[in-house]
Design a protein around this ligand. Structure first.
Ligand code: NOJ
Length: 740
């Protein structure tokens, strides 16, 4: 049996290699036939946004002409079987009939909308995350899309930066695991399947470190931090097979990412051996002029291609300038050929030369877009992404037998806002709002009323009275507040992270009439809501939960689903603490007690601790951690330690716990953070059920970059911690790495 499997694997590998050889040959044959203009064309990507709105505009006519003459290699923002077929047909009229690649931002779903990526990350459920990407890919691929500009794998540690919505949060380890899961989900086992799309690891690199959380701003950091914190999720995406990378708008240590040879040539294509292609971000080649890094558009094109940016998104720089630059000896033809090879290779791998329309299939599109399993998955994953921040006196789940419920607040009856920041098309009309879902859950005989109180911006108090009047007579009040869908995401940096406008006053007003509500907060980022955090009995953080968000919130409120989400980002108490994350350093002057902070690394007007720590999230049940055992307390460099303990569901209902493994290296040649996440597992247990949980520790677990940027572990003792959150460590063990 085993032999047969090995033989099959060998055969598959041989077939794969033969196919790769074959593709390489076909690429070379094609390349030899191409003019310089046609080569530049393959590296030119344009937007077809106007194609659906103004098909007769000059711009559309010009693009169509360019496609027919082989001057465009890829289009973004064209979708659907009809449009992709029509535009592909234009490319096939070009001299060499090279098909177009259709790219699109399929960020958290195509037709079926899943929670915003940061929310989904809060599930810590890699299988669910992979599944949602797989569904998005199936829907998109059936509608003619070959390529999604996702996942965004930028580490984000500053909630002012609106794009934290699109990532996996602050942690490099968690972010790396999620990056790999998303790539696997989008791409499937192998490129070329018609239910999958190429993934893009973006934005390479440092985009998440925008100074002051202001989008597109410069990033400036040590090489050490770059390697330790920001690059690993990209490496994980690459190891999972990411077909493409996107570079970034920002400068990194003074050099635009788009013109950054150290990033793209040395690290990505050199050290990491990346064989796919790099697309620029939207207009980022052109923006190098604005940055002050290039003289004009041709200069920007020359610098970008030399630095390893293969495809130019929407700058019109490569198409317009590369042929002349090569002829003038300013750009090496080898750089152009290398980029073209990379792009053509992907087109072959996708099977587009064999059938340019294979992704645009009406029957498949219909089946994929109407598959009820997709909505079911969206509901399950949305419920899993929610984080129960607080639940004093078991205020949640809602008691059965209530006679009336008032669902108050600007997001109580919202639909579009449930979908979140980056969707392909809204299906709000077909969605249940939170009130709809509460009505359905509560059943007949329960009165469910709703009033917004104010809109999301909440500038005035005019609607408060009506809302208060409704709330006054209800048995229970649910308050739904937070951000609208367009308050987080790209270009949505915020300098104030409180609940928008006067939403916080609505909470106060409800309290003032003796109706302290259960609070549901929707947002694309951590918000700051101190009055609510202190005075509410229960707070459920629902992010922007997607197409099935209303139902999923109600599932959790009524206890049909026991919440299990854990924060992938730290929630600060105030703006002054930002940036704040769990990976703090001890400093030479750590705070021992909050009552004595004189000459300590502290604020005189705020605690150092966050409102809610990384990894925090409550459940309707409780979990007991006990009996930590280590297979050995010393480990040789090639050894392993098995760490195990018992996790028991010690509460009344079934639930899932995300157990977290943290590490501290107390003395090292480069000081290490107080805690670093090194492992996690989601464990579902029935009440009273116990399970042995094991983590394996080896040298890799203990390794870090030293000052010479060498990756390795240093001998000595390490503290290993297991817990329910970064600030809720339940078990500890010291181990030692020995020299031999
Ligand atoms: C700009 C964004 O930064 C990038 O992530 C996105 O993929 C492109 N626009 C294309 O829409």
């Amino acid at each position: 049996m085993k032999l047969k499997m090995i033989a099959m694997a060998v055969l598959a590998a041989a077939a794969g290699a033969a196919q790769a050889d074959d593709i390489a040959q076909r690429v070379e044959t094609l390349l030899r036939q191409m003019t310089l203009e046609e080569k530049a064309g393959q590296l030119n990507q344009l937007s077809g946004k106007e194609f659906s709105t103004g098909p007769n505009s000059d711009n559309v006519r010009n693009i169509e002409r360019d496609i027919r003459s082989g001057k465009v290699g890829s289009m973004l923002n064209i979708k659907g079987v009809r449009d992709t077929r029509r535009v592909q047909a234009l490319a096939l009229q070009s001299r060499l009939h090279i098909p177009l690649l259709f790219g699109l931002d399929v960020i958290h779903g195509y037709q079926t909308v899943f929670p915003v990526p940061l929310g989904e990350a809060a599930s810590w459920d890699l299988e669910a995350i992979e599944e949602s990407a797989r569904i998005a890919a199936r829907e998109a691929a059936s509608a003619g899309i070959h390529w999604t500009f996702a996942p965004m794998v930028d580490v984000g540690r500053d909630p002012r930066w609106g794009r934290v919505m699109e990532g996996a949060g602050e942690d490099t380890y968690l972010g790396s695991r999620i990056a790999a899961a998303r790539v696997r989900g989008f791409q499937g086992a192998k490129l070329g399947g018609t239910a999958s799309v190429m993934a893009t690891a973006k934005h390479f690199a440092g985009y998440g470190a925008a100074i002051a959380g202001r989008d597109y701003n410069a990033a400036d950091m040590s090489e050490h931090q770059l390697h330790e914190t920001y690059l690993p999720p990209f490496k994980a995406a690459l190891d999972a097979g990411a077909a493409t990378f996107m570079n970034a708008f920002n400068t990194l240590n003074g050099v635009p990412a788009t013109g950054n040879a150290m990033l793209q040539r040395e690290i990505l294509k050199g050290q990491w051996g990346f064989k796919g292609f790099v697309v620029s971000d939207w207009g980022s080649v052109r923006e190098m002029v604005v940055h002050g890094y290039a003289q004009d558009l041709p200069d920007a094109a020359a610098k970008a291609i030399a630095a390893g940016s293969d495809m130019d998104m929407e700058s019109n720089a490569y198409g317009a300038s590369l042929p002349a630059l090569v002829k003038a000896g300013k750009v090496d033809i080898a750089a152009v050929d290398d980029a073209v090879r990379r792009v053509l290779t992907k087109k072959f791998e996708l099977g587009l030369f064999d059938d340019p329309y294979r992704f645009s299939d009406e029957a498949r599109e219909k089946a994929a877009l109407n598959d009820p399993r997709h909505r079911e998955a969206a509901r399950r994953i949305a419920a899993e992404s929610m984080v129960l921040l607080k639940n004093e006196g078991n205020a949640l789940p809602l008691r059965r037998g209530l006679r009336s419920i008032a669902v108050i607040g600007p997001l109580a009856d919202a639909r579009r806002d449930l979908e979140g920041g980056w969707i392909v098309q809204s299906n709000a009309a077909k969605m249940a709002s939170l009130v709809d879902a509460v009505r359905a859950h509560a059943g007949q005989g329960v009165r469910v009323d709703t009033a917004a109180g104010c809109d999301v911006a909440c500038r005035g108090l005019d609607g408060f009275d009506a809302a208060l009047k409704l709330a006054a007579t209800a048995d229970t009040v649910v308050l739904a507040v937070g951000e609208s869908w367009d308050m987080s995401g790209e270009a949505k940096s915020r300098a104030h992270l409180g609940l928008p406008g006067r939403q916080g006053e609505l909470f106060e007003a409800l309290r003032a009439i003796g109706k302290t509500p259960v609070v549901v907060i929707m947002a694309g980022r951590p918000l700051i809501f101190e009055n609510v955090a202190e005075q509410a009995k229960a707070i459920l953080y629902a992010w922007h939960p997607g197409s099935e968000g209303g139902n999923a919130i109600a599932d959790v409120l009524f206890g049909d689903v026991n919440p299990s989400g854990k924060l992938p980002m730290t929630f600060p108490r105030n703006m002054g603490q930002i940036p704040i994350g769990y990976q703090q350093y001890n400093t030479g002057r750590p705070v021992q007690t909050e009552s004595n902070v004189v000459y300590k690394s502290a604020y005189i007007d705020s605690p150092n601790t966050p409102r809610y720590a990384f990894g925090h999230g409550l459940s309707y049940t409780s979990f007991a951690y006990s009996g930590l055992r280590a297979s050995s307390t010393t480990m040789r460099p090639d050894g392993k330690i098995l760490l195990s303990f018992t996790l028991t569901n010690s509460g009344p209902v079934a639930g899932a716990e995300v157990v977290q493994l943290y590490l501290r290296d107390p003395v090292a040649s480069v000081v290490r953070p107080l805690k670093e996440l090194k492992g996690f597992q989601r464990v579902a247990l029935q009440p009273g059920q116990a399970q042995t949980i094991a983590f394996t520790i080896d040298r890799e677990t203990l390794a870090f970059y030293n000052r010479k940027l060498e990756w390795g572990a240093e001998t000595g003792t390490f503290e290993v911690m297991v817990g329910s959150a970064s600030d809720d460590i339940r078990l500890k063990q010291t181990i030692e790495l020995t020299e031999r």
